[in-house]
Design a protein around this ligand. Structure first.
Ligand code: 0X9
Ligand code: ZN
Length: 406
């Protein structure tokens, strides 16, 4: 809460169109660039430079670029955009989460949290290791149900909440973790919630990318996004949210190994996405999926790989209704993913395209980089509070996605 985001930034220089800079930047530093773009088509062109428009405004986007990416842009002869400013991001040399962010769970704390919770509720939960990351960390799924025999639990509509695809998006882990805690404790005293849960099969996978999440916080925040695949050309990491196997390798993903949106050597090349694929493939009752990310306060639904809307009009209406209701609760903006920019190989396109599961990407708080971006300080309680009701709404909707509640 006492965190001062300005610690992270200092302005290095301002310029227009990069006429300035032949000086080559080095080291493991990151930069915030402001790139003039007017619409989703131009924003997709930004992704073709291998960059992600993290923040979208009417006339420009802001992206985070590594020193290497910055050098590449500078050597680009004919950039289609004006690049306006450059802010260098300073790392702070602290191990683990810094004191002001103690409330966030690192990998070990996340494991303990889930183990404790499942011990507190032995009849209502099972904790599963559904796979392992590249570096051998467990990918855990907490099953909250009244039945644990697959034939019985899978007779009920299922929903899965996931977090931590992207390493630096730590708040996306806190929301599903706290959601698990909340529904278990709250339903003990709230009969209405208990009645809803009895009719659903609920799964929580809070940290899909444990290697990246650990790497991002040690020895200091690194603004890391991908997993920790050694690409064996000096670069590391695959963007797990470009590695799913639906329209894999299309626009909005990069085949450049050092890009932040590198899609991997093939669809599902990564153990982390294989784990989610296998989990979803094996749970035929899943009707809804929520993948938490940060930041920008958005509610996104397929498609991401094309500007076209989903073709089934009933599905489209259901998506719009659910997104609208979630936006009413949270104040977040509902839109089709590709209204932002194209992405291919993300979780939600695959889950919907392959399995027909109603799938949403929730970009949590804050709204902007100026409010702290990926490292907003301890806003966990507020963001969890805002998102509990949306999550419970989605748990309810998993049973009747085409019929809004009265
Ligand atoms: O680019 C992503 O993977 C997601 N945003 S994030 O800043 N968390 O990385 C958004 C995925 C949704 N798809 C599209 N915007 N097309
Ligand atoms: Zn993300």
């Amino acid at each position: 809460m006492h965190y001062n985001r300005k610690l992270f930034f200092y302005v290095v220089f301002l310029s227009v169109n990069f006429l300035f800079a032949q000086k080559i930047v080095s080291e493991e530093k990151n930069y915030v660039l402001k790139i003039q773009t007017k619409n989703k088509f131009e924003r997709t062109q930004v992704t073709e430079l291998g960059l992600i428009p993290e923040e979208i405004f009417e006339k420009y986007v802001r992206v985070i670029a590594s020193a290497q990416e910055l050098n590449k842009i500078k050597s680009h002869l004919k950039l289609p955009f004006q690049v306006e400013s450059e802010i260098k991001i300073e790392n702070i040399g602290i191990r683990d989460f810094p004191t002001q962010d103690d409330a966030y769970h690192d990998y070990r704390e996340m494991v303990l949290f889930l183990e404790n919770l499942s011990q507190q509720f032995p009849t209502r939960t099972r904790l599963h290791e559904i796979g392992q990351s590249l570096e051998g960390r467990k990918i855990l799924a907490l099953h909250i149900s009244t039945e644990f025999d697959a034939s019985q639990s899978q007779a009920k509509p299922g929903i899965v909440f996931m977090g931590g695809h992207h390493a630096r998006e730590h708040l996306s882990i806190e929301v599903p973790l706290n959601l698990a805690h909340f529904v278990l404790y709250e339903s003990e005293k709230n009969q209405k919630l208990m009645d809803v849960l009895k009719e659903r099969d609920l799964w929580i996978i809070p940290m899909v990318n444990p290697d990246g999440c650990e790497y991002d916080i040690s020895p200091a925040y690194r603004w890391w996004r991908k997993n920790r695949r050694n690409n064996e050309d000096g670069s590391f990491g695959v963007d797990l949210n470009r590695n799913y196997g639906y329209e894999w390798g299309g626009r909005g993903a990069s085949d450049n190994t050092s890009s932040q949106i590198y899609h991997g050597a093939s669809a599902f090349s990564e153990p982390e996405t294989q784990t989610i694929r296998d989990f979803v493939d094996q749970h035929h009752n899943l009707k809804a999926l929520v993948s938490y990310h940060t930041f920008s306060e958005l509610i996104l639904y397929p498609w991401g790989y094309t500007y076209d809307s989903v073709s089934n009009p009933l599905d489209l209406k259901a998506y719009e209704n659910m997104a609208f209701e979630m936006s009413r609760i949270t104040g977040y903006t509902p839109q089709q993913s590709s209204d932002l920019y194209l992405t291919s190989g993300d979780t939600t396109d695959w889950a919907y395209g392959q399995h027909g599961i109603f799938s949403f990407t929730l970009e949590l708080s804050p709204k902007s980089l100026d409010d702290g971006g990926f490292y907003p300080g301890n806003i966990i309680d507020r963001v969890v509070q805002t998102n509990l009701q949306t999550a419970i709404f989605m748990i309810e909707m998993a049973g009747h996605p085409y019929t809004p509640p009265l």
